[in-house]
Design a protein around this ligand. Structure first.
Ligand code: HEM
Ligand code: HEM
Length: 227
């Protein structure tokens, strides 16, 4: 028997975020009309990250930040436990993994927001480019270009950690990110969640996507010749 830990929105958001981030990375240097794909992937990242952050406040038990974000001391204690081989099991994120979740979400948020104002000095601009001066856009573009290296490093570390659990601790964290379920032994009954509340996540995502669409469609026209 197994118990539900990750609600459906957490799972869908996770894999969609991984795909959209990979998509934004792969489309970074496309020219002309093709650049649209980069924007679409970036918009998807932005909507997903903002929805996940909102879900961290109103989502189900293990999705909430209060359920898994712990101070550095708890993370260090957990790390020491990992090294000694007696780290306690956690139904949701462990205190160390929690930091990775926060770092990934923060990096992706800044990356997507800077993209909205970025320009490539030739023809591609983010949709909100018209709101800022050329110099400010250039600075945000530089941040957009360099932050991506930190994102790559964080994703690599994240995936390595997940596989280290599989190989070193014989703990499969990946299957539960698809099914939402962990074994009874790993989840005390009072820690299982009952339902996903998917409709609420859909509503939040729709509101955020609507706000972004409004913002983009009402932005001043972006003309690179301005500077
Ligand atoms: C660009 C790629 C990726 C990004 C941005 C990313 C991001 C994240 C985030 C934000 C979470 C927290 C989930 C939540 O609480 O909502 C998470 C958890 C997780 N991710 Fe990823 N992820 C990526 C790729 C992957 C890949 C390729 C795998 C599998 C090999 C993976 C496996 C997992 C697992 C197993 C968890 C749950 C960890 C736990 O049990 O504490 N991720 N990831
Ligand atoms: C997680 C999401 C994103 C990732 C990983 C990403 C990644 C990148 C990368 C690697 C570059 C090339 C930078 C360079 O070396 O010059 C780039 C350029 C660019 N991106 Fe994004 N991006 C994301 C989101 C967005 C969004 C939401 C927009 C706006 C709709 C956007 C607009 C741009 C623009 C205008 C450029 C050209 C500026 C430049 O070349 O510096 N990006 N992006």
């Amino acid at each position: 028997m197994s118990r539900l830990v990750w609600d459906l929105p957490v799972r869908v958001m996770h894999w969609a975020l991984a795909l959209a981030t990979a998509g934004a990375w792969l489309t970074q240097n496309l020219e002309g009309d093709w650049f649209r794909w980069h924007s679409w992937c970036g918009y998807a990242v932005l909507v997903l990250v903002l929805t996940r952050i909102a879900w961290g406040f109103v989502g189900t038990r293990h999705a909430r930040f209060t359920a898994f974000v712990r101070g550095p001391r708890a993370a260090l204690r957990y790390l020491r436990g990992l090294v000694r081989g007696d780290a306690p099991a956690h139904a949701g994120h462990n205190p160390l993994g929690a930091w990775m979740v926060v770092v990934l979400l923060a990096l992706l948020l800044v990356q997507a927001v800077t993209g909205l104002f970025a320009n490539d000095q030739i023809m591609n601009t983010g949709p909100l480019f018209g709101y800022v001066t050329g110099a400010r856009s250039d600075a945000l573009s530089r941040l957009h270009a360099s932050l991506v290296n930190w994102i790559l490093a964080a994703v690599l570390l994240h995936v390595l950690a997940v596989f280290a659990y599989l190989a070193g601790k014989r703990t499969d964290l990946i299957t539960p990110m698809f099914t939402g379920r962990k074994s009874e032994a790993a989840v005390p009954p009072q820690e299982a969640i009952r339902a996903s509340r998917t409709w609420l996540a859909l509503l939040i995502a729709a509101l955020i996507a609507g706000a972004l669409a409004w913002l983009v469609s009402h932005a001043p026209e972006a003309t690179l010749s301005l500077f």
